[in-house]
Design a protein around this ligand. Structure first.
Ligand SMILES: O=C[C@H](O)[C@@H](O)[C@H](O)CC(=O)O
Length: 272
């Protein structure tokens, strides 16, 4: 199995709180990004103390209450099913703070991490504040819900985005990368993909590869699996009949998303 593919591993953290994905610099070839996926039973509690990291808590499904012990955001979350295809609520919490999540209903939560040294205000990112984009044409149409963009001053490092791609389409396509700290041509952002499929028995193909092919992994990715993109191009192909969802966490030395399209395939963008 590819070192870039992370299958869910079930670990009970506390009564009613199960960890399925836990990706960080101690167990993955990444320095800037981290991700946890939690499943929480109604009434269960998850607590964490942050050091020099910031977190975006995404109420993936169900309802949760989040507090940083100064503010409390009650009953957040806007969808029972990720494929309701509506934005959801998130909470940004900065470095050197602690937080507690209480599940108001059975809930699925994604925690997105990135480095942070300058403590910024905690913020509820309402679903209505997500900017929505329809990207692509022909067979690379996808639908994007931006939670934290590179122009958003809420976070120091984090970019968080949700992408829906219908069957028969490609996303993150034409292939692009952002693995060089070389502005204005390209920025360096590591990336984690957290994937879900509808129906859930589906899969997508994702290739992660570099110009020199020192990395060239083509993976079959199934429901609730994650893919690491330490560097390289990272297109996704979705089989007919299925809808792909993925959440991206991105971060790097500078919070700018300037990607570089692979020259061999950039002509794709010029079709009328
Ligand atoms: O670099 C960003 C990620 O590859 C995705 O968020 C991608 O941009 C989504 C898309 O445009 O298809």
């Amino acid at each position: 199995m590819s070192n870039l593919l992370r299958k869910p591993k079930c670990r009970t953290l506390s009564p009613g709180v199960t960890l399925f994905q836990d990706i960080n610099s101690s167990n993955a070839p990444v320095e800037y990004v981290g991700l946890k996926q939690l499943k929480m039973e109604k009434g269960s509690v998850y607590q964490e103390e942050l050091e020099k990291e910031e977190v975006c808590i995404v109420a993936l499904t169900g309802k949760i209450t989040v507090t940083d012990y100064d503010q409390i955001f009650e009953n957040i979350g806007r969808r029972e099913n990720i494929f309701d295809r509506t934005p959801t609520d998130s909470v940004y919490i900065s470095n050197d703070r602690r937080f507690k999540i209480t599940a108001i209903s059975n809930a699925k939560v994604i925690l997105c991490y990135a480095p942070s040294k300058k403590q910024l205000p905690t913020k509820l990112i309402k679903a209505s504040e997500n900017s929505i984009e329809s990207r692509g044409k022909y067979a690379n149409k996808r639908y994007v819900q931006n939670i934290l963009t590179d122009t958003d001053s809420t976070a120091n490092s984090l970019l968080v985005v949700e992408v829906y791609t219908e069957g028969g389409n490609w996303s993150s396509y034409p292939p692009h990368k952002h693995d060089r700290d070389n502005l204005p041509e390209e920025s360096f952002l590591e990336e984690i993909y957290y994937h879900e499929m509808n129906p859930k028995q589906g899969f997508v193909f994702q290739r992660v590869y570099t110009d020199d092919r020192s990395i060239d992994e083509t993976m079959t990715v199934e429901n609730e699996e994650a893919v690491l993109v330490p560097k390289g191009y990272h297109p996704v192909a979705v089989p007919d009949g299925y809808t792909s969802y993925y959440l991206n966490v991105m971060a790097g030395p500078i919070k700018i998303w300037k990607f570089y399209n692979e020259p061999a395939h950039e002509w794709i963008l010029n079709r009328k």
